[in-house]
Design a protein around this ligand. Sequence first.
Ligand SMILES: [Zn+2]
Ligand SMILES: [Zn+2]
Length: 95
Amino acid sequence: MKKFLIILALLPILTLATTLTLSYYECSKCRTLIQSNAFPSAFNCPSGSTHNWCNLGEVGDRNYQCRKCGILVKTKNYPNSFNCPMGSMHYWYSL
Ligand SMILES: [Zn+2]
Ligand SMILES: [Zn+2]
């Protein structure tokens, strides 16, 4: 019985930890930037047909801006460089 109660007490903490892993996703076509804990739906991109989402990295407390497309993200680590809307790679610098 005691063990069962401990598990019950830990459950909300465990579910909270999994839902809090937010990442930035950017569409390289319409430049929409969103925070999501799952890969976003690809349907209905304003720039035509489907979004081309790219995971930029986990949401954190460091500001990075791309010198090419001007997008600003706040991530834990240096963001992913792939798929800059201005062509090829993002050029991140920390603010
Ligand atoms: Zn899009
Ligand atoms: Zn860029």
